[in-house]
Design a protein around this ligand. Structure first.
Ligand code: UDX
Length: 436
């Protein structure tokens, strides 16, 4: 099939590349000329495991092309994906100006029937708005479909190629058939293509992300409570996760959820509730608890150093909001760094991928280390913010040699408490007894 993807952010790029992988002819369109030139030369503008291999293969096979022309994109595809940013407005709602702006231009340029697909995460009712904006400009027939993505950063290629489900919101048989044909190769294993109305599809995305954010937040509160009563959150997690109604995944406590989706989507659903006279009390709490959780290590660090962090040196391990990405949006590390700097601490940071992004934001306020051990030279403590695999099995004796004192504050519960104890470290984690 011929496919066009408008917007080559993270979602657009993964969508376009993976659709080319099953033999479709794909054009990805972006207004950013520099980025388009880069991609034409085979450079992937983001870090996402396995994307580079698929990218190269499909460009070579002439199944994946790039352009700055919306008109070229619109003429090429039978299906036009809109993968445009929907940033958070000041009031927490999703800003639809990019989506509706492109929709208007599509209306002006439309010559024959097309399926326009909302791939961006958009509030309930957006597909109606897109329809209105396009039909104000044209009499040519078209359909608008909502097709939310459930891609995790770091696993996006795998999630796209082997989805647990495909959700299609469409009230047109013609569009539903085309969409089902496109996705059939991806659900050979028998996973469902669930077709529903547009509004339900739009809400499905928000409900999924808000549910997962709530699940994590619930565990974070259980972890905080474990500390107060002397219970161990790892045991509680094993105890409840084995109940198939609860499930094992997304029960890992830590220093809060971050990234480009959960924080934005929880706030947007909360705001959407307000706009429709519904007060999502549970989401209100999730937002508040997560804000506190991001800084939950600060009082513990202050307590350990008797409230004086001036001149203390901290090695910060992990800056990305989660492993296998260079994305630092809403990363807990940034909130911790800000607080520690306020208290006059010196910070040596290390992250396998995200340091360039942090350097753009924080410049010379902190020191960037070449590796995880260099960051610990002369450090008073290590603070772990992201669970990169490389941090899971450190050489503890090397750390003891490098550091002033062997102290670890672990925001991601990477180590077995007894192992760290036997290595002679002071160890504070989340929801487990500290080792002194
Ligand atoms: C998420 C959804 O999983 C995906 O379906 C959607 O399309 C986009 O949003 P992503 O933001 O890439 O994906 O990351 P995810 O792996 O879901 O993690 C989100 C945040 O939750 C991270 O900050 C992570 O550290 C945190 N998290 C996750 C926990 O704190 N505990 C857990 O048990 C799981």
């Amino acid at each position: 099939m011929k496919i066009s993807v408008i917007g080559t952010g993270y979602v657009g790029l993964v969508t376009g590349t993976c659709l080319a992988e099953t033999g479709n002819e794909v054009i990805c369109v972006d207004i950013d000329e520099t980025k388009v030139k880069q991609m034409q030369q085979g450079v992937v503008p983001i870090y996402e495991p396995h994307l580079d291999v698929l990218f190269e293969r499909n460009i070579k096979a002439n199944r994946l092309r790039f352009s700055t022309s919306l008109e070229e994109g619109l003429n090429h595809g039978e299906i036009i994906f809109l993968a445009l940013p929907t940033p958070e407005d000041e009031d927490g709602s999703a800003d639809l100006s990019y989506v509706l702006g492109v929709a208007k231009n599509i209306g002006k340029l439309l010559k024959e029937y097309k399926v326009i697909v909302d791939k961006s995460t958009v509030p309930v009712g957006t597909s109606d708005k897109v329809k209105d904006v396009i039909s104000n400009e044209t009499n040519v027939e078209f359909d608008v479909v909502s097709n939310p993505e459930f891609l995790r950063e770091g696993f996006a290629v795998d999630d796209f190629l082997k989805p647990e489900r495909i959700v299609i919101g469409s009230s047109s048989d013609r569009a539903s058939k085309l969409m089902s044909k496109l996705y059939k190769p991806f659900v050979r294993s028998g996973n469902p293509i669930i077709i529903m109305d547009e509004k339900s599809a739009e809400l499905t995305k928000y409900a999924a992300n808000s549910f997962l954010a709530t699940k994590i937040t619930f565990m974070n509160e259980i972890a905080n409570f474990c500390e107060l009563v002397g219970a161990d959150v790892d045991k509680v997690r094993a105890g409840i996760g084995t109940d198939s109604r609860i499930g094992k995944r997304f029960l890992f406590p830590g220093i809060g959820y971050g990234g480009s989706c959960f924080p934005k989507d929880v706030k947007a659903l909360h705001k959407s509730g307000k706009d429709n006279n519904y007060d999502f009390q549970i989401l209100n709490s999730v937002i508040k608890v997560n804000d506190i959780q991001k800084k939950i290590l600060i009082p513990k660090i202050l307590n350990h150093f008797e409230s004086n962090l001036k001149g203390k040196v901290f090695a910060v391990w992990g800056l990305a909001f989660k492993p296998e990405t260079d994305d630092i949006r809403e990363a807990a590390s940034l909130y911790l760094i800000e607080e520690l700097l306020k208290h006059g601490a010196d910070l040596n940071v290390f992250d396998p991928e995200a340091m360039p992004n942090v350097e753009k934001k924080l410049g010379s306020k902190i020191t960037y280390s070449a590796n995880m051990y260099e960051a610990t030279n002369n450090a008073d403590a290590i603070i772990i913010c992201t669970e990169w695999s490389i941090f899971r099995t450190p050489n503890f004796s090397k750390l003891r040699q490098n550091m002033k004192l062997p102290v670890i504050f672990d925001g991601r519960n990477l180590y077995d408490v007894n192992d760290v104890k036997s290595e002679g470290f002071h160890y504070t984690s989340i929801g487990r007894k500290p080792v002194n």
